[in-house]
Design a binder for this molecule. Structure first.
Ligand SMILES: [Ca+2]
Length: 282
């Protein structure tokens, strides 16, 4: 979606057991026994990262979707100014140089959002138009459209199903041929809904999701919707790369299944990073 960085701290996402006193219906403090605590504490590991490689990234790209498949980086962008008007696109990008190798601009009134690839098609969501587009993966020739009732934010594919976010805490699973919804799941951490799920990536059986407005990626169990890990991307874009630049939120995750490389970037970021996750110290 559009907008500039707001400073929702990562701490807001660090959901842990919350101590609260029980209240009766009339608001009086209950003096009865405390609710049963879980027998196993809920601990969600927080991964940090190590930068393996830093590559140039088009600082005009308002990144909404990122996919790496068969050695090609595909990127979907929103309007150049991040709000409305022209510039939404799908593009093939040379990973190492950042050069845009192929570009398809969508109509100026369309706000491009997440993208994914299924078979020989690239699929693109739009923010508020309720319409998605499919393209020939090689030529970017438009093939068809489909409709949905929610906003469109992030999109990925597990090989059999499309998985979509709409800015809420819900992930929608859709048939990749008919685009019909087949199931949905609410994403939670320690029992609390995790909203503003944005760009998505299917990584080794989990869904990775940028949380809009934060430096955080959630690692989600697609079966239960539970967050099984956080990735704290704080500090990735250096002060030097931010200096004097217009940059927006951390957004864009791509995974190369062949080499197991993980790529991340952000809207208008001048860099795209290959990162390695660093588990928390025991
Ligand atoms: Ca992605």
């Amino acid at each position: 979606m559009s907008g500039t960085i707001d400073h929702i701290g990562f701490a807001l996402l660090l959901v842990s057991s919350i101590a609260c006193s029980a209240k009766s219906d009339n608001g009086a403090e209950s003096v009865g026994p405390a609710p049963q605590a879980p027998t196993v504490p809920i601990e969600i590991p927080i991964y940090s990262y190590q930068i393996v490689n830093a590559y140039p990234h088009d600082p005009e790209a308002f990144t909404q979707g990122l996919v790496f498949i068969d050695s090609v980086l595909y990127e979907g962008t929103g309007p150049i100014n991040g709000r409305s008007g022209p510039g939404s696109s799908i593009r093939k990008v040379d990973l190492t140089t950042g050069e845009v190798l192929q570009l398809h601009l969508v109509e100026a009134e369309i706000f491009g959002e997440g993208i994914t690839v299924f078979l020989n098609r690239l699929i693109q969501l739009t923010w508020k138009s309720g319409t998605g587009f499919t393209y020939n993966l090689e030529s970017f020739e438009p093939l068809s459209t489909f409709n949905y009732a929610t906003e469109g934010w992030g999109l990925t594919c597990d090989g059999q199903r499309l998985i979509m976010s709409d800015g809420t805490a819900t992930l929608y699973f859709r048939d990749p041929f008919t685009f019909e919804e087949t199931r949905r799941v609410t994403v939670t951490a320690a029992g609390r809904d995790i909203r503003k799920l944005n760009e998505l990536e299917w990584v080794e059986g989990e869904v990775y999701a940028n949380i809009w407005g934060t430096h955080t990626i959630a690692r989600i169990d697609p079966a239960t919707g539970r967050v099984v890990g956080w990735i704290d991307g704080t500090g990735m874009l250096s002060d030097e790369d931010r200096d004097g630049r217009r940059v927006d939120v951390f957004n864009g995750i791509a995974y190369d299944t062949q080499t197991k490389r993980l790529f991340v970037t952000g809207k208008w970021w001048p860099k795209l990073y290959e990162i390695k996750l660093v588990p928390p110290s025991p």
